[in-house]
Design a protein around this ligand. Sequence first.
Ligand SMILES: [Zn+2]
Length: 221
Amino acid sequence: MTSRWANEKKAVVDTAMELAAAGLVSGSSGNVSVRLPGPQELFAITPLGKPLSGLGIDDIVVADFDIEPVEGELTPSSETLLHVSAYRSRPDVGAVIHTHSLYASVAAVAGLEIPPLIDEMVMTIGGPIRLSRYAFPGTQVLADNVLEALGDRNAALIRNHGAVGVGRDLREALDVCSLVERAAQIYLQASLLGKVNVLPIEVIETQMELFRMRRKAEDTS
Ligand SMILES: [Zn+2]
């Protein structure tokens, strides 16, 4: 029987493949979810323990916000609590991606937050990329700590672990995760050169204003 969420599940599969192809995840690490349309609070998420590069539509799990399964045979991702917490606390979030991308992970291990370095970062992420406090993987404490670091922005680093990116849709969340990795790489390599010039404060303020205006326009559209 065809799933009523076949299109959304296919989009999760395609995004997972793109993430893997871009090298933002390795092995069965990383996970992707999308909020499903409709009155019920549901989401579709990648399963536990399967490489993102080789998923099929039937591997994608649909669950409600209490993580009760609605469709699919497999167990949802080990970081499902993080995804659900993002949907619960941020009505603007339509998709969540968690990566273990290399340079973001280096920053998360080194205890670094990534300041606004490049113009697109503020416009896309909404400010600096903050670093969460440490918590054990897969726990509600991890989810709470990451949501605290995320605030109203679109990305955060997960201490000693990786990164998370959110967006209105999967495309935006994927773009955010790619940019997090790029910003982390630029930051760490500039640090090695001994010279990191953050954007001027007035530029950051103007770009923050544009980020907020864009989000507000989307909220009311
Ligand atoms: Zn992880």
